[in-house]
Write a protein that binds this ligand. Structure first.
Ligand SMILES: *Cc1c(COP(=O)(O)O)cnc(C)c1O
Length: 356
């Protein structure tokens, strides 16, 4: 029998609008966004630009489009983009940077998604007729495949200095920038000041159904608008979506700390089960990777059995799965999840102090 999934840890994209968010969407003032006439979209863009300390911002349908447009604006075909090998732009965007922007993606192997000033120094190429022009450094805050790891401000500042000296632009994939800000206590704007462009996702931890906001200088955003239109990302009464974003920025930011506490509790609880091991040193934000090699079961087997408890995690490989906490997962759900793993892997209840 198929049990409906009630605890969905496959991604922080799996949130549904909260009651308050639906209400804000229903009441949204709207207009034609493509003509710059949607008041809710305009308000959202002003709000994000102010929060990040940039001159301007533009509302886009997805984070993938934000990354692609940033690359298109900064680079010309043949230019080189440096990023982590496990960055979303490399692994999960259909190679849009190559297919549409025509750039050369050079990657840095780094399991936790962070690279160093030295890594960058070693890769920025001298200018010359025969060499690709290193044009952009893309940093993912937090690193998704790195396990939700936070880039420290000092490392970003150091890389930005090297980049500025070499006339290389800085771009942040800030899908989870606000997770990093809440967890580290460093305001988003302090991270943002080191970048020529950056964006936040509304449809991850913030819990909105759709959307991202790309920010930068006025000149950058003007160019971004050209590409937004060209790629079919210029929308009409998208204030319905922007209203969700405004609601989330008011109500769903501080609570990201709860997601982080839930993720840490999940990792601790699962770590007590024989054969399960946390990948990486510790849980920094809302993403948990676990290795199940020692359990004698593969990830697909575990996923199938967990589904009987209404719990879903994401398979990354045969031996590693990912669990992501978010707005629609409560601390009680975490205990239920730990219990479900206990039942699946040992036939016993492993959660200490779990709710009955
Ligand atoms: C989800 C995600 C994206 C893409 O965002 P969408 O809004 O789903 O297009 C880009 N980068 C990272 C790090 C992500 O986690």
């Amino acid at each position: 029998m198929d049990v409906p999934i009630t605890i969905d840890l496959i991604s922080d994209t799996s949130t549904r609008p909260s009651a308050g968010m639906w209400e804000a969407m229903a009441r949204a003032e709207v207009g034609d966004e493509q003509r710059g006439e949607d008041p809710s979209v305009n308000r959202l863009c002003e709000h994000v630009a102010e929060m990040l300390g940039t001159e301007a911002a533009v509302f886009l349908p997805s984070g993938i489009m934000s990354n692609l447009i940033a690359i298109l604006v900064h680079c010309r075909p043949g230019d080189e983009v440096l990023s982590a090998a496990n960055a979303h732009i490399i692994s999960s965007e259909g190679a849009g940077a190559a297919a549409i922007a025509g750039v050369l993606n050079t990657t840095i192997d780094t399991p936790d998604g962070r690279f160093s000033i030295g890594d960058v120094e070693a890769r920025i190429r001298p200018r010359g007729l025969r060499v690709p022009r290193t044009r952009l450094i893309a940093i993912e805050q937090t690193s998704n495949k790195g396990g939700g790891t936070i880039w420290p401000l000092s490392e970003i500042a150091g890389i930005a200095r090297i980049a500025a000296d070499a006339d290389v632009a800085m771009h942040m994939d800030g899908a989870r920038l606000l997770n990093a800000a809440v967890e580290s206590g460093v305001e988003a704007g302090l991270f943002a000041q080191h970048f020529d462009s950056l964006w936040i996702d509304l449809s991850k931890g913030l819990g909105c159904p759709v959307g991202s906001v790309l920010a930068g200088s006025r000149a950058f955003i003007d160019e971004a608008w050209v590409w937004k239109h060209r790629l079919g990302g210029a929308m009409r009464q998208s204030g319905v979506l922007a209203a969700a974003g405004l609601y989330a920025l008011e109500h769903h930011v501080k609570r990201l700390a709860d997601d982080h506490a839930n993720a840490r509790r999940l990792a601790a609880g699962l770590g007590e089960i024989d054969g399960l091991r946390l990948v990486g040193e510790r849980v920094e934000t809302n993403i948990v990777f676990m290795d199940c090699m020692g359990t004698g079961l593969t990830v697909p087997q575990i996923v199938a059995r967990l589904s009987q408890f209404g719990v879903r995690v994401g398979g990354v490989s045969d031996k590693v799965f990912r669990a992501v906490t978010h707005h629609d997962v409560s601390s009680r759900d975490i205990e239920t999840t730990i219990n479900a793993f206990g039942a699946v892997l040992t036939g016993s209840n492993h959660a200490k102090g779990a709710a009955p």
